[in-house]
Write a protein that binds this ligand. Sequence first.
Ligand SMILES: C[S@@+](CC[C@H](N)C(=O)[O-])C[C@H]1O[C@@H](n2cnc3c(N)ncnc32)[C@H](O)[C@@H]1O
Length: 278
Amino acid sequence: MSSIAERYNRSADAYLGWWGPILEPTALGVLDLVSSSIPGDGTGVRLLDIGTGTGTLAIAAAERWTAAQITGVDGSTGMLAVARREARRRLGRPGERLDFVAGLADRMPFADASFDVAVSSFVLQLVPHRPRALGEALRVLRPGGVLAFVTWLASDIPFAPDEAFDDVLDELGIADPDEPEEARAGDFASVAAAAAQIRRAGFREVSAREQLLVHRYEPATYLDFLEHYAERTTFAGLDEATARDVRAWTAERLARLEPDAFVWRAPVVSVRARHPAG
Ligand SMILES: C[S@@+](CC[C@H](N)C(=O)[O-])C[C@H]1O[C@@H](n2cnc3c(N)ncnc32)[C@H](O)[C@@H]1O
């Protein structure tokens, strides 16, 4: 199992509670990008969500296109278990029209031309080899099928709450936790680079645009977000007395920040493209 899959297995419930809701409004924009290719209730349309995670796009697509056949694929069985649970909670018994399948983006367990539409949100930065994953998306799409996704653009916009936390770790002499090396493609350097890579993978009619994901964190719960999601590995490596100091020092620093300092801004790129033989 890859270290990325292990990481998501360990944090699936925390992802659903803390991180998924932050990404969701931007992720859902991907469904708007493919809506012109999905008539009416989606009868006859087979849609694939690559790296479905806790099912954000797959479940929303099943709610939006009630007759479409939807599949979510992911490398983490822990995330898939949460996705199945969420699907039951939100859709009751979706039956055979919504399926969650274990598999890697660069080796998907589907026959050629199995899908009319492929979508993905916040995954293509994580795959070890992006051209291979894009090649797989092309392979499983039917001629003329549509791909749309959103992922991060490289950015160095500072975020004061994280800087405050890093300062506390520095002052207490706490090193970053040793985590296994993750082979990942990383964020796209620019919108033009993203579009060029999609074209090189063989897609046509490529359109790509930059957006800003803006999220206002609650100052009162930011420390909980760090402890239970973003910095959980750091906290897990601390003894109780040190963890208490980190909490207290961080809380004190965060209290000095204006509420607007908790508005996080991160650039993303949204892409829509078409399988060429259509
Ligand atoms: C940041 S989450 C995004 C989940 C969901 N799409 C969303 O928008 O909330 C990334 C997901 O990609 C999955 N993932 C990472 N690398 C993968 C790969 N090579 N193949 C399949 N899934 C992968 C992870 O297991 C995780 O569920």
